[in-house]
Design a protein around this ligand. Sequence first.
Ligand code: KQY
Length: 369
Amino acid sequence: MTTLTSTPRADGFRMPAEWEAHTQTWMVWPERPDNWRLGGKPAQAAFSAVAEAIARFEPVTVCVNAGQYENAAERLAGQRNIRVVEISSDDAWVRDTGPTFVLNNQGEVRGVDWQFNAWGGLNGGLYFPWQRDDQVARKVLQIEGCARYRTEGFVLEGGSIHVDGEGTLITTEECLLNANRNPHLNREQIEALLAEHLAIDTVIWLPDGLFNDETDGHVDNFCCYVRPAEVLLAWTDDERDPNYARCQAALKVLENSRDAKGRALTVHKIAIPGPLHASAEECAGVDLAASSQPRDPSIRLAGSYVNFLIVNGGIIAPRFDDPKDAEAEATLKRIFPEHDVVMVPGREILLGGGNIHCITQQQPAPQRG
Ligand code: KQY
């Protein structure tokens, strides 16, 4: 595999929007017992359901550690459109550990391999060590025969950005300006690195992500593009909800922004489920480890319907067995009239700290012309 010393923009590559055609979606098999309860068994069932839902629309590759290879291969055996490959990892968040694919208009696909520090390294990160996670992107690109750009010295997670594929990127200050990611870089330097690696011209900075998001406010759990110049924002009208001020602040920024093509944004809203909390029994099933996240029923979970994946012809979104599920499904169907909206159980994934978008990484199809 080639590691390039230029940048995607200099080479004529850009990050496409998620709704552009995919070759496949990548996932990583969950097993970490200090993150996933009961040795990861309920999470493995939940991830399998997500993989099967995606596989109705496009191929899925599931990466798995050697010790779980047999189990994953057996559990997914016979599923059309799903392949299992052995790749070591520390946990299962391929949105953040996998490559961000970029493409040109001559049919080539390459990948950006961001430096990864487990959402904050030794300054509030979620586990240690994370070396295997940091190697996932390189291995994925090697398997696919894609050239690689490595951002040594620049930490970023794929879940902290969304793009419209037309020059605009949305992110949060809470995450990208956090001292535990790139304390040596200021806002302008970070914008310049994003511009060079994704070929974007405009960054829309939301102040914060969702309350209690373990990632320091990843945008993919709070706000996403649904088509050019249209975004979907997690929303509450409840002034007592700690998300209220976050939603108001994000809306203000979005309403006052212009994208890279000079367009104003249409902002759709989708209700935040819950408030959701893990039960005492769910928390008791998680192994204790010095460096891992506390699990306690008093901690509000950062549940969000925004954490969905757009696939070829489909929307794969979480449901939480919450009264707001039906309204969320109706909202997604209204916003994506040409996609099949498939709601998949998301609670088990949420208990681990994320949701469907966080555990998937789309590989765009080559484009010509
Ligand atoms: O949501 C994500 N993108 C990652 C969450 C990691 C949580 C680990 N407990």
